[in-house]
Ligand binder design. Sequence first.
Ligand SMILES: Nc1nc2c(c(=O)[nH]1)N[C@H]1C(S)=C(S)[C@@H](COP(=O)(O)OP(=O)(O)OC[C@H]3O[C@@H](n4cnc5c(N)ncnc54)[C@H](O)[C@@H]3O)O[C@H]1N2
Ligand code: MOO
Length: 445
Amino acid sequence: MGRSGDIRGDTRRGGVPGAHGAHAEHGPHEDHRAAGADAARPAHGSTGVPAGPGGRGAHGSRGAHRSWAQARAEAVALGARRGAAQREVPLDRALGGVLGADVRALVGLPAFDASAMDGFAVAGPGPWLLVGRQLAGAPASSAGLRPGEAVEIATGARVPKGAESVLPYERATTRDGKVEGPAERGRHVRWAGEETAPGETVLTRGSVIGPAVLGLAASLGHETLPVSCPRLSVLVTGDEVATEGLPGDGRVRDAIGPLLPGIAGWAGARLERVRHLGDDRSALLAEAEGGDTDVVAVCGSSSRGPADHFRSVLDDLGATVVVDGVACRPGHPQLLAYTDRTVFVGLPGNPGAALVAAVTLLVPLLSAMTGRADPGRRLPRAALDHGVVPHPADTRLIAVRLADGRAVPVGHDRPGSLRGAALADAYAVVPPDWDGAEVELVGLP
Ligand SMILES: Nc1nc2c(c(=O)[nH]1)N[C@H]1C(S)=C(S)[C@@H](COP(=O)(O)OP(=O)(O)OC[C@H]3O[C@@H](n4cnc5c(N)ncnc54)[C@H](O)[C@@H]3O)O[C@H]1N2
Ligand code: MOO
């Protein structure tokens, strides 16, 4: 509804008559939030936003909005406190996981003295009498070499005892069963343990298990790796939310369930299941109470409407609420809470806002649970279109493409839409006091 999704209209100063950039991202329907949402907010947050009538938000809030940076910091701190169970996973299933413990070398690398070249292993000064051949995988003769002797040797073959170097073919001359050439003491042999000592720590907890990690682990003799992987389940609420078919006539397709497996995997977690509950409070309570995962994300119940039961369910569970509202646009209705068993994250129902909330709370939480760095925070700062207007109180997250070191808004980034995010490489983080300097970027998977 309302204005075109063109970013020029949405974010450039003066692009829309009378529109402030941040406010303009909401359609006319939602414009009550431009003026009213601040008043409708929970009581004083760190952003200095005034409370609604009676000192509480118009929604009867009990909490205070966290700044966007504080909210992320809270999620990281909670994730680090909770951690995640680790289990031994066979190498062929560990790709993409996160190491739950340091990995040590079970053997030194190389594990034996091995030739680094095809040629001749030689002992003492030359010329050398050729006494045999040593191929890779073959046992070395126990006698070894005496000074003045050589064996023809293949790359990767065991270097016999007594040999001091390998003379590559291209530097050797052979005549009458003898070898000559400029052998250099110690050269062209990979000596046992010279690269990695036995017992040395080669990888640390929190490292992402990529292909090279798997190869390294195998070369060090590991069959399994300690993988730490928080388990996430998702509860999608909303009677209007359908899982198939064409949207319309009051029904929307679930756009959050399909994006969360990728978010979870990116953050080093595993999404166990997505359940659709309608607006049934008792079902939400039962699922939240009986969950067997480390983290439960509840979608579409983060506001204070008549069918938003998440807060009262958290009350019933005796949960401690850490974050109740974040001073960011979109995505301000977000929640972070925990019980002894479970961490809960509340994502707004508007899909574009849900993705912003996911990178604000869920990804930092899950990555901190495994001790890994937040995958969204790998990008350097970038210059941003100066036409972007900051929100007076909230941090804006603006979908951008990255080109030549600049962040270029892609538009289409209304809270209810994922179109902008689908086109974007990252969100540009525009704090309320933005002065046009380079902005932080939060990468998207
Ligand atoms: N009086 C106020 N009303 C609202 C405020 C406010 O400050 N004061 N904030 C608005 C904002 S911002 C958001 S975001 C939403 C968040 O509300 P909920 O998390 O409770 O979500 P719902 O109300 O259930 O849904 C919002 C919107 O999103 C659609 N939806 C829900 N789930 C899905 C899904 N899985 N996939 C696609 N679309 C979904 C739903 O149909 C609604 O259109 O509250 C505002 N209200
Ligand atoms: O704009 Mo709401 O902020 O859609 O989360």
